[in-house]
Design a protein around this ligand. Structure first.
Ligand code: PEP
Length: 234
């Protein structure tokens, strides 16, 4: 059984999200799908999922707070309204574009762990680190576990090399295998791969040992592609 997750990032309107949900729901109702399906829409569309989704809905981000003075952020008071209990933490765009430090990420992780949230925790190295070889890559990745309780029962990991995210360049099967084997040896949790996964390569990637599914951005935004991705891994 694979875990398949869609990250909308800053894409889709409320209208197109509603259409997306309908189509995925219809498909999941018709087919006997064993995959565990997650969708991370924008915060403005989280409410659609309260009653309507046949899959698990998570937030792409939230602050480590119930409520308070954190301009632009949301907290659990808002998430509770829609019964959201799943969060993405450590995504490379938040680390590298929004400047989240490991300290902040660990703080969020601890907060949402203590509330029992399902956490999809992302790790992955930039190109200049990858180019220094597997040992440096693993060293870099292990730094991203500082302050993170990897024994947490509701943890799913996602290995997402920064150089493969949104670039159309997928890691080779060997790259994926090497990193996944090393992480799994240390941390026995479900481990997804993310980075330019698409309809054409998802089956092969999910068949690599120690790959438990995929976290998908770009190729999941067209609903027909997302459905085909689920279909290809069932
Ligand atoms: C992501 O944002 O988690 C991701 C893997 O993006 P993409 O599929 O576009 O590389």
């Amino acid at each position: 059984m694979s875990i398949i997750a869609s990250n909308f990032k800053t894409n889709h309107t409320r209208k197109s999200t509603a259409l997306f949900i309908n189509e995925v729901n219809e498909y999941l109702k018709k087919e006997n799908i064993l995959s565990e399906v997650y969708v991370f829409p924008t915060a403005t569309s989280l409410d659609f999922f309260e009653t309507e989704a046949n899959f698990i809905v998570g937030t792409q981000n939230a602050y480590a707070t119930a409520s308070g003075s954190f301009t632009g952020e949301i907290g659990t008071v808002q998430l509770d309204e829609f019964e959201i209990k799943t969060i993405l933490i450590g995504h490379s765009e938040r680390r590298h574009i929004l400047g989240e430090t490991q300290d902040l990420i660990a703080q969020k992780y601890e907060f949402y762990k203590n509330l029992g949230y399902k956490i999809i925790y992302c790790i992955g190295e930039p190109l200049e680190v990858k180019n220094q070889g597997i040992e440096k890559t693993l060293e870099y990745i292990y730094e991203q576990f500082v302050g993170i309780d990897t024994n947490y029962e509701n943890l799913i990991l996602a290995y997402e090399p920064v150089w493969a995210i949104g670039t159309g360049v997928t890691a080779t099967n060997d790259d994926i295998k090497n990193v996944h084997n090393a992480i799994k040896e240390k941390i026995n949790k479900p481990l997804l791969y993310g980075g330019s996964v698409k309809v054409e390569n998802v089956r092969e990637i999910c068949q690599i040992p120690n790959v438990d599914g995929a976290l998908i951005g770009t190729a999941s935004w067209k609903v027909e592609d997302f459905i085909q991705i689920i279909e290809n891994t069932k």
